[in-house]
Ligand binder design. Structure first.
Ligand code: AGP
Length: 598
């Protein structure tokens, strides 16, 4: 969702900020803007536009000396995506300039109470912040005015604020929305995502909620952090271990294809990270929390919830602990009856999904233990849960999640296997087989491209499967719809005939996933039913249950791990369909990579 970058230092601020905003594009946005100090005029210049960062770069002249600035990519929440609503926002006298991620819940009350008579030009909650600071600065210092404003805000925010009367300073603050600081001897960078700091920061610092920061250049660029009562705090310094080349396309036409292709290597990396003395192992601390637990509760959203369903299958089969899976946005406000001896697992690629954070607050209040499984170990959910497991997928840039899903399922398998009392197979060996099978499948991607051209010709589509194949169908359908905009449903194969089969007519594509011995026969019957009604079918099957005429036959792997392999052709189907339709594959419309509002 929205992205923030700010810079103060010796480099040209607009270079650092625009470069950072480009790196945040993957998060999804609809407009963008930048404010920077034109050193010759000693005042801030603001440029904004609806559309891409490239437009912002190409439409304006940055060829002036400038060393301080803030920038923003906006994903509209309050007010439509237009130039007026895009950030940065100024106070009415133009003294204070603000960029903001998050949602201020009480902004209407604040207008009514403090800003009577102030003319607001946008529909945003952010403009209210700029004007509150301005109002309070009439009777106190700018720093005190920022603090007073922060004390009134209810909701989520990552904020950067500049003051035209003290141009070598940036104020920053955070509550619930992510914000990090990067540093090098060349300057201080702020970013709402670690990616924005890559390339110009040697170190980075995580910021706790309700922290207030003042960054300034008095000769050397530096910053000081303060806690909620204004006491100085020292932030932990971390070495930046991401390089620019880890977040580029590496010769691929799209990030999504690169990330699909990385999946075999991701499985191998996870194996290396979780292998201790030749055995797959989860830390004793995590294992101990599962002792005597009568229920496992999994909470997630989107693709991560589909990984959660597969996790349920693993936990119930390997550990015999009943497991329930909940949609985060539902669980947060419609809580079901819970078992006293339960444990919660939150699955999130980004670790920043606001719906999940709302759940975690409840879970902690109720005193349940919590474990976050995430790709971003520095994320809010990773830090706020009692325990965390990293999935080691590496940066995932395409909005459509692929390698993170495979990594989530792999780590869930390792966790369930580690907790299992009896181990009837060698998971490490079986996962290696999966990675090899994946590689040969990805090598045949052009074949799948051809299949898409021949068989996917309608504006709707169905994926069907049973058991874990049904869960894969759900993920496959989400992938196809989110990047190709084809209306797709993932369906339990046996349920189709209870109503939805009415939608099957000539040439409607029905893609069946068949990897499980106990249900392959039944799913094939369902394929016959739709064929008889004119559907165009594609069958994806595992070699051990395949028929020679199936369209995509996957090399045999352990049946439990089949979801890791069978999802790959569905990712490629989505990719090639979106490519054929000439769509923006990595940044599909209306979507954000990390959904930081509820
Ligand atoms: C995946 O392709 C989606 N874009 C989306 O459903 C995503 O999985 C969901 O928003 C959850 O994100 P998270 O894993 O970062 O919490």
């Amino acid at each position: 969702m929205c992205g923030i970058v700010g810079y103060i230092g010796d480099l040209r601020a607009t270079d650092v900020i625009l470069n950072g905003l480009k790196k945040l594009e993957y998060r999804g946005y609809d407009s963008c803007g930048i404010s920077f100090l034109d050193s010759s005029k000693k005042e801030f210049t603001t440029y904004k536009t609806v559309g891409r960062v490239d437009l912002l770069i190409n439409s304006f002249d940055y060829n002036v000396e400038n060393k301080v600035g803030i920038g923003h990519t906006r994903w509209a929440t309050h007010g439509e995506p237009n130039q007026v609503n895009s950030h940065p926002h100024s106070s009415s006298s133009k003294r204070f300039i603000v960029v903001h991620n998050g949602v201020i819940d009480n902004y209407l009350e604040l207008i009514a109470r403090y800003l009577e008579g102030v003319k607001l030009i946008s529909e945003t909650d952010t403009e209210v912040i700029a004007n509150l600071v301005e109002k309070f600065s009439q009777t106190m210092s700018a720093e005190e005015a920022v603090r007073k404003t922060l004390s009134l805000l209810e909701g989520s925010y990552a904020l950067l604020i500049m003051d035209n009367e003290e141009v070598n300073k940036i104020y920053a603050a955070k509550n619930k929305s992510p914000l990090l600081i990067g540093s090098s001897d060349k300057g201080i960078t702020f970013g709402s995502d670690l990616m924005a700091l890559v390339g110009n920061s040697e170190y980075y610092y995580l910021i706790e909620d309700k922290t207030f920061i003042v960054a300034k250049t008095n000769g050397k660029p530096d910053f000081q952090a303060y806690d909620i009562i204004g006491k100085k705090v020292k932030l932990d310094q971390h070495k930046m271990d991401l390089a620019d080349n880890e977040i580029d396309k590496g010769g691929y036409e799209h990030f999504m294809l690169k990330e699909i292709s990385e999946q075999p290597a991701v499985i191998r990396r996870i194996l290396a990270k979780y292998m201790v003395d030749g055995k797959l192992k989860i830390s004793d601390e995590v294992k101990a929390k599962f002792i005597n637990k009568k229920r496992i509760y999994i909470i997630a959203a989107g693709t991560s919830i589909h990984a959660g369903f597969i996790g349920k299958y693993y936990f119930e089969n390997l550990t015999k602990i009943p497991t329930e899976v909940f949609i985060a946005s539902e669980f947060a406000y419609n809580q079901p009856l819970l078992e006293k001896d339960g444990i919660f697992i939150l699955i999130s690629q980004s670790g920043e999904t606001a719906d999940l954070r709302a759940c975690l607050v409840n879970i902690r209040q109720m005193g349940y233990p919590s474990l976050t499984i995430t790709n971003v170990i520095t994320s809010t959910l990773a830090r706020e849960a009692d325990m965390r497991l990293e999935i080691f997928a590496g940066p995932e840039i395409a909005v459509a999640s692929t390698k993170a899903y495979v990594a989530q399922v792999t780590v869930l398998a390792i966790l369930a296997y580690s907790l299992a009392k009896e181990k009837s197979f060698d998971l490490g060996f079986e996962l290696s087989r999966v990675s090899i099978a994946m590689e040969s499948l990805i090598d045949q991607k052009e074949y799948i491209e051809g299949l898409v051209t021949r068989k996917l010709k309608k504006r709707n589509c169905f994926y069907i499967g049973r058991g874990i194949d049904y869960y894969t169908s759900l993920e496959a359908a989400l992938k196809l719809k989110e990047i190709s905009y084809i209306q797709t449903e993932g369906f339990a194969a046996g349920e189709l005939k209870h109503g939805t089969i009415a939608l099957i007519e000539k040439d409607v594509p029905v893609i069946a996933i068949i990897t499980q011995k106990n249900t392959s026969h039944n799913t094939r019957s369902n394929v016959h039913e739709v064929k008889a009604r004119g559907a165009t079918t594609i069958i994806i099957s595992l070699e051990s249950v395949a028929d020679n005429s199936d369209d995509i036959i996957l090399s045999d792997v352990h049946q439990m791990l089949a979801p890791l392999l069978s999802v790959v052709p569905t990712q490629l189907i989505a990719y090639y369909k979106a490519k054929e339709l000439n769509l923006d594959i990595d940044k599909p419309r209306n979507l954000a990579k990390s959904v930081t509002v509820e």
